[in-house]
Design a protein around this ligand. Sequence first.
Ligand code: ADP
Ligand code: MG
Length: 230
Amino acid sequence: MTAVLKTRTGLALREVTLTYPDGESRLTALDRVTLEVAPGEFAAVAGPSGSGKSSLLAVAATLLRPDSGQVLIDGQDAGELSDGARTALRRERLGIVFQQSNLLASLTAVEQLLVLESVRGGKPRAARERAEELLASVGLDGAKQRRRPHQLSGGERQRVNIARALFGRPSVLLVDEPTSALDHERGAQIVELLAEITRTHGTATVMVTHDRDLLGRVDRVLAMHDGRLA
Ligand code: ADP
Ligand code: MG
């Protein structure tokens, strides 16, 4: 695989405001949010349902453009890039684990990671080895790597999602409610895994959650209310 040399400065949001159309007026989902997460730092954003957590991740993921403010990924201002350059930035620097698991039903765990590589055009052999190593590192052994999503538990599917997000060696890892479908113990294991990944891969990691019981392993907790970050 091609080794891309990355300057890593992590994620920064500056005075980000995002509104959605809401009948005649607009609803403010993010209200002047400022946030910095350094490489190797594991930050959690905790807040009730509807407080703007998923909106925050969508903006940080450069999937939604804010009304105002800046989103910087490794120092690059996403708002100043062309659509093509922003897509490349997302592919090369961001790992995203969505709230809704979007694994493909017909593919095995290892193939979920490799679809991306076939798009990138890397060497198939090296890619397969890397996919297998990553899946093993998130706790899925060889037999489980050959299972399809319906043959895995919710926690195991979440591990596949995380491994897939790491495949492109992201500098910023964004994770939306990774534990919402899991019992407490399995949820705690996923948070522990994210803490370990942040340390070993040096990602600037942001996890959003409404579950405050899971925040023991996090470096920093930010509270979100009505689109504002405390
Ligand atoms: P959370 O993830 O914390 O539950 P969201 O970011 O999903 O919060 O939503 C924040 C607010 O924005 C909520 O009031 C929600 O109803 C609203 N919202 C989210 N997405 C949209 C959308 N696509 N169009 C209009 N309103 C939205
Ligand atoms: Mg949400």
